[in-house]
Design a protein around this ligand. Structure first.
Ligand code: MG
Length: 310
């Protein structure tokens, strides 16, 4: 909720930073420690400090975060379209655009038939599904039947806040489970990987509360030999630029959901807009800071509420 983030930012987060000297983005979590939860609001503030730190140090945000990649691989997430021929057209469009992995949202009643139709037409593409917690443990046999579709992963099939029952499910299926919503921080990642709840983690910087925690989750995954990828939360250009920088870390070995600005916005708030090459890659900026200028004119046009805290 934007209003919740607004209130917590105004009343709890910003007052803890105002007037303080902050040397590094990684100092911010400690300063906000007394405020429990509100990870997305915290991430917005902490990541802005990292962005500024890169500018002050004269290095790229990717370099500051520990990035090693010059290009990142991009996939797309496709929402449910009940008419299967229409859904195939949507997949066709994204495959033609060069995206390296297609992710289909699914739910009971909208799963096996769609996977079968897509697989029949594209036997070799990297294909995954995201259930967004739509299934129960009683669906184990049904989920196990998807092994034949050779999915790269099944994302968060069970409850959003669970990784115990995911471990029981993972034991009974061959397809790797990818954990998304249930990984709130690096301790969750450690517990889940030790339990065997999944074999892949989707890192969303907003979901885990900022770059510091995202880097920590990445570190835990690396210790366990588990690949990660960067999920999207409909970011506008600034968040998209931050996702690109994060995706340049070495453990991000699978195509992420970081896609072109034009997939979501007619006119983004950054210059240049994020573009994806014909081979499904985004170039990681090596210039100072995030590598994309913020279009203040565009932000001004779009602003519906404004407040100055000092
Ligand atoms: Mg997901």
């Amino acid at each position: 909720m934007i209003d919740t983030a607004w209130t917590i930012t105004e009343q709890e987060l910003i007052p803890r930073l105002l007037g303080k000297e902050i040397a590094r983005g990684s100092d911010v979590p400690e300063m906000l420690l007394q405020v429990r939860g509100h990870r997305m609001a915290k991430a917005a503030i902490e990541n802005a400090v990292w962005d500024l730190e890169a500018q002050v140090k004269g290095i790229s945000l990717s370099q500051l975060l520990g990035g090693t990649r010059e290009m990142i691989a991009c996939g797309v997430s496709i929402g449910m379209e009940m008419d299967i021929p229409k859904q195939l057209e949507r997949v066709e469009k994204e495959v033609a655009a060069g995206y390296q992995r297609i992710k289909l949202k699914c739910q009971p009643g909208y799963d096996s038939k769609v996977f079968a139709a897509v697989r029949e037409r594209w036997p070799d593409i990297l294909l995954s599904c995201d259930a967004n917690s739509a299934y129960k443990l009683g669906d184990t046999d049904h989920i196990a039947s998807w092994d034949e579709f050779k999915l790269l992963m099944i994302e968060q099939p069970l409850w959003y806040d669970d990784f115990y029952f995911h471990a029981m499910l993972q034991k009974r299926i061959n397809t790797p489970i990818c954990l998304d919503e249930c990984i709130r921080n690096h301790r969750d990642a450690q517990a889940a990987l030790e339990l065997g709840s999944g074999r892949i983690i989707n890192i969303k910087v907003g979901r885990v509360g900022g770059f510091t925690e995202a880097i920590a989750v990445h570190g835990i995954a690396q210790q366990h030999g588990v690949p990660v990828w960067c999920g999207g939360m409909l970011e506008s250009g600034i968040g998209r630029a931050h996702n690109i920088a994060l995706s340049s870390l070495p453990g991000f070995t699978l195509p992420g959901d970081v896609s072109a600005s034009k997939r979501y916005w007619t006119d983004d708030i950054i210059e240049p807009e994020v573009t994806v090459s014909a081979t499904g890659e985004i170039v990681v900026p090596q210039t100072v800071g995030r590598g994309f200028e913020v279009r203040k004119d565009r932000i001004h046009e779009l602003t519906v509420r404004h407040q100055r805290l000092a």
